[in-house]
Design a protein around this ligand. Structure first.
Ligand SMILES: O=C(CO)[C@@H](O)[C@H](O)COP(=O)(O)O
Ligand SMILES: [Fe+2]
Length: 216
């Protein structure tokens, strides 16, 4: 199976959101990466339910929703209603992570857990068989366009070993500073899915850039 490419709509032109959604529809991208930031868990605010619903209305591919919010439990059902297919919460934002995962799945979504750059992948060992996805942050969350933190490569390799050891079928997704160079290294380390925001949307031909990432 080739890698999953999930362009981050955080970097799209919000005045032309339908155009950018159609671009992703017509590209070789697999998912839409949708970053939700609340100004509490991360020092930035992105967008909420009306924007996600608007994206869902036009998207022909699954929405991969990355919640950078405190108390995500409060909103799980609402994200399902807005159109999330994959819902990823941060380990650092959840006190009862196991319960949160069960509730996401009970609401008919795939369940993911994101790890900040400082959080050891080993903290997920015991619940890996329950997870559909682990999102390794290769930048500190909150902003697009940041520089890739190289230790993400070792983290992906360690997580891959744990996934194999526990018999989990979780996908490894990586988010932050992904381009052709870091993307290639991440795939070699064991990543299954790459998120790319500024690299796609700041390029002269986003459709081709998505294709280039898909062809790595
Ligand atoms: O979750 C985040 C940032 O917190 C990301 O999904 C960004 O949207 C990725 O942007 P680039 O680093 O690819 O520009
Ligand atoms: Fe993200």
């Amino acid at each position: 199976m080739s890698q999953i490419i999930s362009p981050s709509v955080l970097s799209c032109d919000f005045a032309n959101i339908q155009r950018d959604v159609e671009m992703i529809n017509n590209s070789t991208a697999d998912w839409f990466h949708v970053d939700v930031m609340d100004g509490v868990f991360v020092p930035n605010i992105s967008f909420g339910f009306p924007v996600i619903s608007a994206i869902k209305k036009h998207a022909t591919k699954p929405l991969d929703v990355h919640l950078m919010i405190a108390n995500p439990d409060q909103y799980i059902e609402a994200f399902k209603k807005a159109g999330a297919d994959w819902l990823t919460v941060h380990y650092e934002a959840c006190t009862h992570l196991h319960r949160t995962i069960q509730v996401i799945k009970a609401n008919g979504m795939k369940a993911g857990v994101a790890l900040n750059p400082h959080t050891s992948v080993e903290v997920l060992e015991d619940i890996l068989p329950e997870l559909d996805l682990v999102l390794i942050m290769s930048v500190n969350p909150g902003f697009g366009g940041q520089k890739f933190i190289p230790h993400a490569l070792k983290r992906v390799a360690r997580l891959k070993e744990l996934i194999n050891k526990t018999g989990s079928s979780a996908l490894i997704e990586v988010d932050g500073g992904v381009n052709l160079e870091t993307g290639k290294q991440l795939l070699e380390a064991g990543a299954d899915a790459l998120v790319a925001g500024s690299f796609v949307f700041n390029s002269p031909d986003p459709t081709q850039t998505i294709q280039d990432l898909k062809a790595l």
